[in-house]
Write a protein that binds this ligand. Sequence first.
Ligand code: ATP
Ligand code: MG
Length: 234
Amino acid sequence: MKLSIQNLTHTYDTDVCKQIQFELEGYNSIAIIGASGSGKSTLLRLLSGLEKPTQGTLSVNGYAVDDDSYRKKIGFVFQQHNLFPHLTLERNISLILEKTRGVDPAEAKRIALESLALVQLSDQTYKLPKNVSGGQAQRASIARAFALNPELIFLDEPTSSLDPVLTYEVLSAVKELKKLGKSFVFVTHVMSFVKEFADYVVFMDQGKIIEHGLPSILTTPQSKELQFFISHIM
Ligand SMILES: Nc1ncnc2c1ncn2[C@@H]1O[C@H](COP(=O)(O)OP(=O)(O)OP(=O)(O)O)[C@@H](O)[C@H]1O
Ligand SMILES: [Mg+2]
């Protein structure tokens, strides 16, 4: 994947992304880490085009992130699943395929079943979200993102509401999708997952990218900010 962030500043009450300049090419599983409030989710929303930057430009794989055709190339999985509560897991996926991609109902159902099978949910296909576990609902969200056949999936702390066993289940599902050639940009606090799954790590502190590099930066951090972060969360 190719990321290009030019002169990016994003402001709410104060600047939460500050003059970020960043170029990266050749990595397919990028982790964004950093303390709470450092701007990780904001950067992820900006990269996915969900929000427009106050200043600056972002492009991903050669697409400007506000380009309409970019939207069809990406999927997004949020911290809390956002499945429709009144639809079964299968319908949550097939309906989106029908409505946003014009896929015919039989084919939409086939893709939904296939995506649910990939994340080990074949036995939960016709349940409502409220009748499955948090980890299963989150896996269904991942299956839904995957079903739209994106090039790239953004994940914002997909396991933060889950216990360690469910976290393991969800992260295993993500690994399966990586084997199928999808790219990921993800925010997580699970450092074991970063070490195992990321091929590149971006560390943010107070709205800036302070340090970035191969996952080995976690064992040999150069900046005092990353040293502090690692010594306090591990
Ligand atoms: N919609 C918003 N309106 C106003 N301020 C916001 C908004 N979204 C985020 N912020 C502020 O921007 C800063 C960065 O928030 P962000 O959600 O990007 O942090 P984060 O690194 O994802 O934190 P966490 O690890 O807790 O999820 C925080 O100070 C937050 O309060
Ligand atoms: Mg966040």
